[in-house]
Ligand binder design. Structure first.
Ligand code: ZN
Length: 132
């Protein structure tokens, strides 16, 4: 298993980590298989979406803010209930196929680390499974 460190710089942020994950694959001899990406945090997530237009992640953050307002009478004493809810909406993991040693992603797809309670230093775990 590989561990990526992601340093976020603001409260809400989507960071394209596709390149870092591709670099993990280059350290392995895997040709065909599966890459699993897991975020071990309760106020962060990982998602796959467009990485061509930088306005897409900005819009997604704004959309999530409308779905889950920052303050809405939540009970959680730590004060970051909205971050927990956003993390669960997007999820803690993604699975991407590997073919010829490369991630199989659509032309416009990238893998984003999603920060909802930053800035923090975060960990992303990456494992690969060889296809038989
Ligand atoms: Zn909390």
């Amino acid at each position: 298993m590989h561990t990526l460190t992601v340093k976020t710089t603001s409260q809400f942020e989507m960071i394209d980590i596709t390149r870092q994950i591709s670099e993990v694959l280059q350290k392995e001899t895997i040709r065909d298989g599966i890459c699993h990406i897991f975020v071990a945090h309760t106020t962060a997530a990982v998602t796959i979406n467009e990485n061509a237009d930088p306005d897409v992640p900005k819009d997604m953050i704004a959309i999530l803010d409308r779905i889950v307002p920052l303050q809405a009478g939540y009970r959680h004493g730590e004060g970051n209930a909205a971050a927990h809810a956003k993390a669960s909406l997007l999820g803690a993991s993604e699975t991407v196929f590997i073919a010829d040693g490369r991630l199989v992603l659509g032309t416009w797809q990238g893998i984003f680390f999603c920060e909802f309670d930053g800035p923090r230093t975060r960990k992303v775990f990456v494992t690969t499974i060889v296809a038989s």
